[in-house]
Write a protein that binds this ligand. Sequence first.
Ligand SMILES: CCCCCCCCCCCCC/C=C/[C@@H](O)[C@H](COP(=O)(O)O)NC(=O)CCCCC
Ligand SMILES: Nc1ncnc2c1ncn2[C@@H]1O[C@H](COP(=O)(O)OP(=O)(O)O)[C@@H](O)[C@H]1O
Ligand SMILES: [Ca+2]
Length: 508
Amino acid sequence: MKMRQNHPFDTKNCFVPTSDIIAVEETEFNKKQHNIGKWQKMAKPHAFTVYYVKKARNHRWRCSDVTFWCVDEHLCNQWIQALKELLEMQKSRPKQLLVYINPYGGRRQGKRIYEQKVAPLFSLASISTDVVITEHANHAKDNLFEVNINKYDGVVCVGGDGMFSEVMHGLIGRMQKDSGIDQNNPKAPLVQCNIRIGIIPAGSTDCICYSTVGIIDPVTSALHIIVGDCQPLDVSSVHHNNTFLKYSVSLLGYGFYGDILKDSEKKRWMGPMRYDYSGFKTFLSHHYYEGTISFQPARHTLGSPRDKDSCRTGCYICKKSEQQLAEQHKECGLKREEDEEEWKVIKGKFLAINAVNMSCACPRSPKGLSPAAHLADGSADLILVRKCSRFDFLRYLVRHTNQDDQFDFSFVDVYRVKSFQFTSKLSEDNESNVTDIGKKRFGQFCRDHPACCCNSANSTWNCDGETLDSSAIEVRVHCQLMKLFARGIEENCKGEAAYSQSSIEQLL
Ligand SMILES: CCCCCCCCCCCCC/C=C/[C@@H](O)[C@H](COP(=O)(O)O)NC(=O)CCCCC
Ligand SMILES: Nc1ncnc2c1ncn2[C@@H]1O[C@H](COP(=O)(O)OP(=O)(O)O)[C@@H](O)[C@H]1O
Ligand SMILES: [Ca+2]
């Protein structure tokens, strides 16, 4: 059996784990191939090609191939058969996927990206697909409540964080509905969603993809889906007055990121650039908001937001949380301890309140809003940026783009939490004085100090790129509520540290 690799770095030996094989196909020899070199002398050769994942730099994956050939047809068929049987044994691989494409996300390239880069790979891997090109917002979400979901091994969304959020709401909502769980009850134990979601990035920020794969690259994401990766993800539920508002997996941001989102929605025609434009405008406006934040610290998890190491593939801290979750499920009859745990209360004037379930790394900020946040530890990092000068706020923002610690400022506090609540001063005042209509209607900016940037209007919550209607919210992190076709960011850079059993032992 002879081997030939189809790329310029031909080597004599090639080691490919079965888990990295994408497909095995019989290869037709054409006349031209037959007439070169030593094959000329042979009887009709038989060949098969193995397509496999080739890992390139910066977490990028590509489909490579290697062709084996020989004169013995029977031997060749035996190899094809044996390799196909090995592939059949990879039980976590999807066979049937439901795909939603947002044709208007990001630079409006979703349909082209899927058809040119992703569909050919799915077809090579013998994955059948039902494809829906969305016609309006919430199309995918509503559709997920109607389809025969058990027919599919996963759902793929082609778009940005907003599109992912829609699909996630459809799936989690469908799961709770089928299990008779009332989503409006903030304390309801939600049912885990085992149907994995794959993200083909074609949006504006694509933070969820970047934070779980390490790169925004449709081919890499398609290959993670094909090999059947599985990454559990924490999800926060957001409620107001016993009414369910939304779920969040990446950023829940009030003040700076809420204001950027609100302004940028009017500039959708600008594409991803709208965030730079609105970001600059919001930075100049320098509005701060008064309110009270109460939270329950996450005591069950080992890490802290100031850790130097990040969550990486096979993260030990996330595995520990998975074990704790399994134990909790066994003891589900017992009273939940969280109700008894203490609440910390902080009142203040904030430029930004950010709660992140993951690092929120994205191309704009490769280390993210909270570099040590974990994908699946059952906690969120709550970042409070208090009123400070424009210059200091700029220093804080710039640190998201370099190696300096963005939490090392007197006006920034960060806590690892499992739940929190926020009420703006404005709504507290309105509740205590409902007759003060003038304050409600005309209180846009502080009338006493027009130049001081304090804002007596509320900001908006940015929930994974969607705005929330209420400023007063109650948030609870649900450990590993859903799963992605991903494996977390792989540790492939020299000198890059991550949590391992030994580093944890040193910590303890
Ligand atoms: C002087 C330069 C300072 C630059 C600092 C930049 C820090 C950026 C951190 C970005 C965190 C992003 C968190 C993710 C948010 C997304 O869910 C959301 C919706 O995404 P999509 O649906 O793909 O459009 N995106 C945003 O809210 C935009 C944030 C814009 C930040 C400038
Ligand atoms: N066909 C459609 N027309 C308009 N909006 C849509 C459509 N399909 C999905 N959406 C909505 O578009 C929003 C943004 O989509 P997304 O793919 O995240 O793009 P971007 O990253 O540019 O914001 C999502 O909230 C989603 O609900
Ligand atoms: Ca988390």
